[in-house]
Design a protein around this ligand. Structure first.
Ligand SMILES: Cc1cc2nc3c(=O)[nH]c(=O)nc-3n(C[C@H](O)[C@H](O)[C@H](O)COP(=O)(O)O)c2cc1C
Length: 223
């Protein structure tokens, strides 16, 4: 697959087939992903790949804990409650598209809660990856982890796999630390749900929007 095609076709997949993802496929994808650049070639990304009964247990524990946002304790503080325009508008539009795609009404709290629990369960994907970095390395390591993450998600396309980067499973990092023996010295950045996309699922039908380039770019010195 051509690079531009891969970048333009990647999208967050939020419903998966139950088919397991073979370990050697995940291994290959991760080997490709670690070719990402990193600050001073520190390669600070670390990850735990989970599937099968271990993932089932984890999903259960995370879904049970999913609830009151005031109880979330992600390692990287979650800024959603402080969003102002234009970020607030983009975030709201995105949320609306997700819920509309499934016909969940704005005020249908039981259905919304069900969806949040589903997100905490790695969107019921057959495999999950938790990405973390050594805490003291700070912001550059988080940036490097982001580069690794995009590589991972693009590489996954070559094996017909879909992904969703996810904060929902890392909102209670104490559960991940307890069940996966991730030490306090590691800062948990993000999770990734990975599996074969359920192409028919309603939530996989819409495409997220992007602002025109002018919203982001400034140019100097061109003719
Ligand atoms: C760090 C990070 C965390 C995210 N967490 C979630 C999540 O918990 N649940 C979810 O459905 N999508 C999550 N997303 C996916 C974004 O909503 C998605 O990337 C964005 O809406 C753009 O859509 P696209 O990925 O389909 O291009 C996350 C993305 C990132 C980068």
């Amino acid at each position: 697959m051509d690079i531009i095609e891969a970048i333009e076709s990647r999208r967050s997949v939020r419903a998966f087939k139950p088919d397991p993802v073979p370990r050697d496929v995940l291994q290959r994808i991760l080997e490709v992903a670690v070719r990402a650049p990193s600050t001073d070639n520190t390669q600070p990304w670390e990850f735990t790949v989970v599937t099968g009964p271990v993932l089932d247990e984890l999903k259960k524990a995370l879904a049970e804990k999913m609830g009151d946002p005031s109880e979330f304790t992600p390692d990287i503080p979650f800024p959603a409650l402080t969003y102002r325009p234009p970020y607030l508008d983009r975030s709201k539009k995105q949320g609306k598209m997700v819920f509309q795609s499934m016909g969940i009404a704005r005020d249908d709290w039981p259905k919304r809660m069900e969806w949040y629990r589903y997100m905490a369960r790695f969107l019921d994907a057959p495999a999950g990856i938790i990405v973390y970095v050594e805490r003291y390395l700070g912001a550059y390591a988080i940036l490097d982890a982001g580069l690794f993450l995009e590589n991972l998600m693009l590489a996954a396309l070559s094996w017909g796999l879909g992904t969703c980067p996810q904060m929902a499973p890392v909102l209670h990092p104490e559960i991940l630390r307890r069940d996966l023996s991730i030490p306090e010295s590691k800062l948990i950045v993000c999770a990734v749900a990975i599996g074969y996309p359920d192409q028919d699922a309603a939530v996989n039908q819409f495409r997220s929007e992007r602002e025109p380039l002018d919203a982001f770019a400034r140019w100097y010195g061109f003719d």
